[in-house]
Design a protein around this ligand. Structure first.
Ligand SMILES: Cc1ncc(COP(=O)(O)O)c(C=O)c1O
Length: 310
C-alpha cells in the first residue's frame, strides 16, 4: 500500500521507536517528535498537507478543554503558517483551574491558536457554521480527533511502519479507541501487510456500540479512499472493560498503571487514553511478549490531573 503520492506536511520524526519494555513491545507514538508528540501528528501530516494543497490558510478543529488533538493541531498550524480556530468544548465535568487552564489548554494558547470555549457539541457546531460562513473556502475543517478518511491514513502509515520493525507477528496490537482513526488505520495497515494480528481498541470516549459505529464508518470511508476491501471483522475487537465512569474521568486501574510505569520505567501514560488502554493489557507473560502497546501520547494532560496522582 503506497501513500507516497498523497499530499503530506512534514512534521514528525519517523520511524517512532519500538521498545521492549515492561514485558511487552511498545510503539512510541508518544515520541513522534513534534508538538509534544502523540498519535495526532501523523494524522495532521495528511490532513494539513491536504489543506495546504487546496490552498487553505485557516483551520478549525474541536476537542475537550484538555484535548491532545487540539494542542497538536495548534503546534502544526504554527509550524505551517496556518491560523487555527480551536473550539474547546466543556465535555468533562471539571471547572477547576488545573483542568481549564494548564496542560493542553495552556499549550494551545502558547502555540498561538484562537481558542473559543463553548458549553457543548451543539454550540461547537453552531460556531463552526459561523466560521465557515465567514471564511468560506479558505477554512479547512479538521474533524474531532483528526478522524476522517484522510486523517486515518496517518495510522495506515504507522501500521506499515510497525510491520517493518517487527520480527514476529504479534498476537494483538492494543490501542485506546476514541474517535477511532488510529484504530481504523492500524486495522487497514496490518490487513494490507497480511499480518495475522488482532487490533484491540479500548473504549475511552463512547460506549462500545457508538465506538463500533464510528469505527465501521471510518473503515468503510478510508478503504474507499484507498480503493481496497474493508478488512474482515475478525481483525479487530472492541474492549469496554476500562471505560469506568466515562470520558476524561480517570479509573483506579489506570492511575495505578500510570504510577507503576512512571516509577519503574520513567515512561508516562495519560489518565484519559493510554492508562485505560494499558490497564486492558494481558497479565500472562507469554501473551504479553506477543503484544504491542500503541503508546499514543497524551503526557501534557497529566498536569490537569496531578491531584489525582500525587
Ligand atoms: C493520547 C491519545 N491517545 C489515543 C487517542 C485516541 O485516538 P483516536 O481518536 O484516533 O481513537 C487520542 C485521541 O484523542 C489521544 O489524544
Amino acid at each position: 500500500m503506497d501513500l507516497s503520492d498523497r499530499p503530506r506536511a512534514h512534521l514528525g520524526v519517523w520511524p517512532t521507536p519500538l521498545h521492549d519494555v515492561d514485558g511487552l513491545w511498545m510503539k512510541r507514538e508518544d515520541l513522534s517528535g513534534f508538538g509534544f508528540g502523540g498519535n495526532k501528528v501523523r494524522k495532521l501530516e495528511f490532513l494539513l498537507g491536504a489543506a495546504i494543497a487546496r490552498g487553505q490558510s485557516r483551520v478549525v478543529t474541536f476537542g475537550a478543554l484538555q484535548s491532545n488533538h487540539v494542542r497538536a493541531t495548534a503546534a502544526a498550524c504554527a509550524r505551517l503558517g496556518l491560523r487555527l480556530e480551536a473550539v474547546a468544548v466543556q465535555a468533562v465535568p471539571r471547572t477547576d483551574a488545573d483542568y481549564t487552564t494548564s496542560g493542553n489548554a495552556f499549550l494551545t494558547e502558547l502555540y498561538g491558536a484562537t481558542r473559543h470555549v463553548v458549553p457543548d457539541d451543539d454550540a461547537a457546531s453552531a460556531l463552526a457554521l459561523e466560521l465557515m460562513a465567514e471564511h468560506g473556502d479558505d477554512l479547512a475543517v479538521v474533524m474531532p480527533g483528526g478522524s476522517d478518511r484522510i486523517g486515518t491514513l496517518g495510522h495506515v502509515d504507522s501500521a506499515l511502519e510497525l510491520y517493518g520493525q517487527l520480527e514476529f507477528d504479534p498476537h494483538e496490537v492494543v490501542v485506546a479507541a476514541s474517535t477511532c482513526g488510529t484504530m481504523a488505520g492500524l486495522v487497514i495497515g496490518l490487513a494490507a501487510a497480511d499480518v495475522d494480528t488482532v487490533v484491540r481498541g479500548v473504549c475511552v470516549y463512547h460506549s462500545r456500540e457508538q465506538t463500533e459505529a464510528a469505527l465501521r464508518d471510518l473503515l468503510t470511508q478510508t478503504c474507499d479512499e484507498l480503493g481496497v476491501a474493508v478488512p474482515d471483522d475478525d481483525r479487530w475487537v472492541l474492549d469496554d472493560s476500562q471505560f469506568g465512569d466515562g470520558y476524561g474521568i480517570p479509573s483506579e486501574a489506570g492511575l495505578r498503571e500510570i504510577r507503576r510505569l512512571a516509577t519503574t520505567t520513567g515512561i508516562v501514560l495519560d489518565p484519559v487514553y493510554t492508562a485505560k488502554a494499558y490497564a486492558a493489557l494481558p497479565s500472562d507473560p507469554e501473551l504479553r511478549r506477543r503484544t504491542v502497546f500503541m503508546h499514543t501520547g497524551g503526557g501534557p494532560s497529566l498536569f490537569a490531573y496531578r491531584t489525582a496522582l500525587v
